[in-house]
Design a binder for this molecule. Structure first.
Ligand SMILES: C=C(O[C@@H]1C=C(C(=O)O)C=C[C@H]1O)C(=O)O
Ligand SMILES: [Mg+2]
Length: 467
């Protein structure tokens, strides 16, 4: 089995001879299948410099190994466009040598933003307000085809032979990835950072604001911390999430000793050649144990005025946000059900054709945060969250995803997520509070939303969490 495609690589590398000033090259080979999770686990020595992404459709997966370049800007109102500017600068120095016409190969940047554009407290220290990584090596699995991208700094004296050998060695190391074995852990405790009474008074306060001010909806979150008897390996949790959570974006970003990980059902936006997709996801119930009960719960959700109201704010805001930047927009009038393993949501898909000058980053700026994560009106909701929610959101509920040099890419909203630090993981879950909200029902809803991560950790306690 030939593992390195020397012929294709050599043809790509020959181009360097014709290019002056080539500090960085991006070179791609099509490779034989390799399991992305095994690969991620095998490179445990690169902990802190790995990322993983798999889209909800299940037809695009990335594994990033090692940091080649980073995009980062100080927080500012225009942090989305600031990242776009940084990309445009860096782009100048990268020579893309491959000519595969495949989405997600070559220079792909993976990363995310924090929920607020202001600096956050120390538990999120390793995750700045915005950070994107170009990996040294990246596996792309696109519709069953496998590609390996290498980013290399070259100097004028490098011979093609030397570069070829380097790539060959890197490729061999990739194929050494064996089958990875999950560890077992014991859950020692789950600490709730808010008592139910504190939660109830926060919700009561929000309802009062909704009744007496402009505020119409606000999404409030809580945090629980699960403590284990040993370190939680990122790959263990990644493996479990991948196997347990279908129709979700599974993501991991490691930074230093920490890892931010989750399985989110919610797309914020994707752009491919100006075709834009977004999603309205708000309104929640559990799954039934039998088909009949499940159907009944779905039917009730589709007809429940409180959940429909939560949902409507999202649809209206997204429509208003993207209408001016689209030449065509398609948003159905009625929501449908988005079923997940433990949860079902109200869901309205959004599709649009972006005007030629509009970029992925323009859409991010318009959309984040939607009223599914912030509230309505946006600024009132953000103020309320800042003042009254006693957690640090960090990257929770914020855009996470990827983009390429042509500004195609996709972002999910980083919910159903957690921050791993050693043997501890902080988990986050929120819910949309409207005038008709009930504190106990909202509390139960957040427990339901904690279930996927707790299950994946092997730490769900039936007595306290979930249904
Ligand atoms: C905020 C979260 O979820 C959001 C809130 C929902 C709701 O309140 O019904 C539903 C889906 C998400 O948009 C979360 O999971 O933490
Ligand atoms: Mg809700």
């Amino acid at each position: 089995m030939i593992k390195t495609d020397r012929v294709s690589l050599e043809a790509q590398l020959k181009q360097i001879e014709h290019i002056e000033q080539t500090p960085y090259i991006s070179i791609v080979q099509k490779i034989n299948p390799i399991d992305p999770l095994n690969l991620f686990a095998h490179f445990a020595h690169l902990k802190g410099e790995r990322f993983y992404w798999s889209n909800a459709a299940g037809d695009l997966t990335f594994v990033g190994l090692g940091t080649f370049k980073e995009l980062y800007t100080d927080s500012s109102d225009d942090r989305f466009l600031a990242i776009q500017d940084q990309l445009n600068q860096l782009k100048e120095s990268i020579n893309v040598l491959h000519d595969f016409d495949v989405e997600g190969v070559g220079p792909v940047f993976f990363g995310g933003f924090s929920f607020f554009d202001t600096p956050h407290r120390k538990e999120w220290e390793s995750f700045p307000e915005n950070n994107f990584v170009l990996a040294k090596q990246m596996l792309t699995v696109k519709q069953g085809e496998y590609f390996l991208t290498h980013h290399i700094e070259v100097s004028p004296n490098d011979s093609i032979e030397v570069l070829l050998n380097q790539i060959e060695q890197e490729t061999e190391a990739i194929y050494e990835a064996g089958l990875f074995v999950q560890e077992t852990r014991k859950l020692e405790e789950v600490q709730d950072q808010l008592s139910f009474d504190q939660w109830s008074s926060m919700i009561a306060h929000a309802i009062e604001e909704i009744q007496t001010t402009n505020l119409e909806k606000v999404v409030l979150a809580r945090e629980v911390e699960a403590v284990f008897d040993r370190t939680i390996p990122t790959e263990d949790l990644l493996y479990a999430l991948t196997n347990q959570q279908q129709h979700s974006y599974v993501f991991v970003m490691e930074q230093g000793e920490e890892a931010f990980i989750g399985a989110s059902p919610e797309r914020l936006v994707s752009v491919t050649n100006q075709v834009m997709y977004s999603a309205c996801l708000a309104g929640t119930t559990s799954r039934g144990e039998t088909m009949d009960v499940d159907d009944l719960l779905a039917w009730r959700l589709l007809n429940d005025e409180k959940n429909l109201e939560e949902h409507r704010y999202v649809v209206n805001m997204i429509r208003e946000a993207v209408q001016p930047i689209c030449t065509h927009l398609d948003i159905p009038n009625e929501p449908q059900i988005y079923p997940l393993k433990n949860i079902q949501h109200l869901y309205t898909p959004v599709q649009g054709q972006l005007k030629p000058e509009v970029t992925l980053f323009d859409t991010l700026k318009k959309l984040h945060p939607t009223p599914a994560l912030g509230g309505e009106p946006r600024q009132d909701a953000m103020n309320f969250i800042k003042m009254h929610e006693p957690i640090e959101r960090g990257w929770y509920a914020a855009p996470i995803g990827w983009f390429d040099q042509s500004l195609n890419g996709e972002f999910a909203v980083a919910i159903r997520s957690g921050l791993i630090a050693g043997n501890r993981i902080k988990l986050f879950a929120g819910c949309g509070v409207v005038a008709d909200s009930d504190a106990k029902a909202e509390y139960d809803e957040t427990n339901l939303k904690l279930t996927p991560m707790l299950d994946a950790l092997g730490g769900n306690r039936d007595d306290d969490y979930g249904e």
